[in-house]
Design a protein around this ligand. Structure first.
Ligand code: SAH
Length: 225
């Protein structure tokens, strides 16, 4: 891809991206590195061309197959929570992501962690994410077409786990795959009543924070082509 495509023009230009970053900052995103990644990652290349002019609005957009690319504010808030250090200098080295979608959240996270393992249950989206990440030269990511309910046991434990679709209750198998001190960030609940939850492992206990009301597609069992 050439520089012009990546940098964007018109409604996908640097000025448009700056406005999005300002909006996220005024809505409470404080981590400068997170804001910088949101500015850098070309969201317009992750959506259908017909939607590219809306890529830097702070809104979720359709991805096809009934799925959506998450709202930038939510991507930023989840990333900020996942990498939040409590004065212990902790930054997650190894992260599991469930619900790759088109790979936008993956690309934002890739700037912070050593390696991301990311799982998508719909093969068509898995392939699209593969293409998107490859064309941006992002290579600290391993993608897998599988059911994320079970995590990625052979690569566990993880310093962080981020889930981009909502289960009704927190999946036990994901908690088991967290490193001590590691953090799981996910939406939980039924449609219309979900909250974004953060669970930090402290030995056999989990410290829970409820962050905000959200609206995600459901975490679904099994895979599709
Ligand atoms: N963050 C993504 C969008 C996520 S939409 C982005 O930036 O594009 C949620 C995604 O979770 C969808 O692609 C959906 O297919 C996927 N998903 C739902 N249940 C899943 C499961 N059990 N395992 C893996 N992926 C799942």
């Amino acid at each position: 891809m050439n520089r012009r495509e990546r940098a964007g023009i018109g409604m996908t230009s640097a000025r448009t991206r700056d406005r999005l970053v300002e909006r996220l900052r005024s809505n409470g995103i404080a981590n400068a590195q997170v804001l910088e990644q949101i500015r850098e990652v070309p969201r317009h290349l992750f959506v259908d061309e017909a939607l590219a002019s809306r890529a830097y609005e702070d809104t979720a957009l359709p991805l096809g197959r009934g799925q959506t690319i998450s709202q930038p504010y939510i991507v930023a808030a989840m990333t900020e929570e996942l990498v939040r250090d409590e004065g212990d200098g902790r930054t997650p080295g190894k992260v599991l992501e469930i619900g790759t979608g088109c790979g936008y959240q993956t690309a934002v996270l890739a700037g912070f962690v050593r390696h991301i393992f990311s799982i998508e249950r719909i093969q068509e989206l898995f392939r699209r994410a593969q293409g998107n990440l490859q064309s941006l030269g992002i290579n600290n990511v391993s993608l897998r077409h599988a059911d994320g309910w079970h995590g990625w046991r052979s690569q566990a434990p993880f310093d962080g786990i981020l889930v981009a679709a909502a289960p009704r209750t927190v999946p036990e198998e994901l908690l088991e795959q967290l490193e001590d001190g590691g953090r799981l960030v996910l939406p939980v609940g039924a449609p219309g009543g979900q909250s974004l939850v953060s669970l930090t492992r402290r030995g056999t206990r989990f410290e829970r924070r409820d962050l905000l009301r959200v609206s995600f597609v459901p975490l679904v069992e099994g895979i599709e082509s």
